[in-house]
Write a protein that binds this ligand. Structure first.
Ligand code: PHE
Length: 342
């Protein structure tokens, strides 16, 4: 190649290169043009540089000037095209800074949980701690130790779901009474919250699975007066001025036994579907622990006595929040549950 030919090649590279750069329609095309022209391996300018090395020594100076001119022109064109493209690029997807932020969804506690937490807090002030037991129980803990005679019709009070083998789903939290007394010596005061299961159909006041909370106090010299005073204190604390009443009742594991009702929070005593027209909602069963239960747990029933209750926090929630149907507690209906968000 002669010097003149080299100059011609440099001019052509400049002309064609600048044209290619100005024609680049977007950033990607511009990057491709840059590589084709100035790329270190096989860019056109690089090729020209290697041709320069083969020129006679006296021609190289002028050839170098020519190739430099082309290089500078190409770089200037690249820069100009890049800023032109940036200026005309459509703005990134428009952000509307006036749009309100999306509220984060934090969820809320279920009404039954709210009731349980409050019940536990009130009893904690009286020295009651929380104990738990298994939901899959043995017949012995669920029935026999609680003084249910074998095959006694009293078991019909609690229609039972049996598992394989001899296990069953506990029908109440009362088995925790015996489990706790076997593990810890009196004096002892516990609350035992948990789920229980019965072969019941859903209706406005029944569910086949529901929460209970058991309460139990065992010591020397515990009497029915302790039971009544404690439960009345609880009812006053929890329901405020709402009326309560005790009714004589029967449970195999307590003697005497009493049920406590609170005035219905939906109709305030007038009678409605939530209270089956009675104006009262039964919230717990209670009584002095039967000596046979204390004995089953290995205690001296002549020395120790105790009282116990079993409360349905679902029923309590109905009365507390004026919920007309227990099924609402199990529907997982967000619109309903959100009302209890703090
Ligand atoms: N376990 C009884 C029930 O589920 C309630 C209860 C508990 C009654 C403790 C008396 C004492 O119906």
């Amino acid at each position: 190649m002669t010097l003149d030919e080299f100059r011609g090649a440099a001019e052509r590279l400049e002309r064609e290169g600048v044209a290619a750069i100005s024609a680049a329609a977007d950033a990607a095309a511009l990057a491709a043009a840059r590589t084709a022209l100035l790329g270190r391996k096989s860019g056109k300018l690089t090729e020209l540089m290697s041709a320069l090395a083969k020129l006679p020594a006296d021609a190289r100076r002028d050839a170098g000037a020519a190739v430099n001119k082309a290089k500078q022109a190409l770089e200037a064109a690249l820069e100009a095209r890049a800023s032109a493209l940036a200026a005309s690029a459509p703005a990134a997807a428009a952000e509307d800074l006036t749009m309100p932020a999306r509220r984060t969804w934090r969820g809320s506690k279920h009404p039954v949980t709210l009731v349980l937490e409050e019940v536990i807090a009130i009893f904690r002030e009286l020295g009651f701690t929380v104990a738990t037991g298994p939901e899959a129980e043995t017949e012995w803990y669920n029935f026999s130790a609680l003084n249910f005679p074998p095959d006694h019709p009293a078991m019909d009070m609690q229609d039972t779901l049996y598992l394989e083998g001899r296990a069953l789903l506990r029908t109440h939290t009362s088995p925790v009474q015996v489990r706790t007394l076997q593990a810890y010596p009196p004096p002892i005061r516990i609350l035992a919250p948990g789920n229980v299961y019965r072969r019941d159909f859903f209706d406005a006041s029944h569910a086949p699975m529901f929460a209970q909370v058991e309460g139990m106090a065992v010591d020397e010299g515990i009497t029915f007066a302790d039971l009544k005073a404690t439960l009345t204190h609880f009812a006053n604390r929890f329901f405020g001025a709402t009326k309560t009443r005790f009714r004589p009742s029967y449970f195999p594991f307590t003697e005497p036994s009493a049920e406590m009702d609170v005035q219905c929070g939906v109709c305030h005593g007038a009678g409605c579907s939530a209270c089956k027209g009675t104006g009262w909602i039964e919230i717990l069963g209670s009584g002095l622990m039967h000596p046979n239960v204390l004995r089953a747990a290995g205690l001296d029933a002549d020395k120790f006595s105790g009282w116990a209750f079993g409360m349905g926090p679902g029923r309590v929630a109905l009365a507390r929040y004026g919920i007309p149907d227990i099924r609402l507690l199990y529907d997982s209906d967000i619109a309903f549950l959100e009302q209890f968000a703090e």
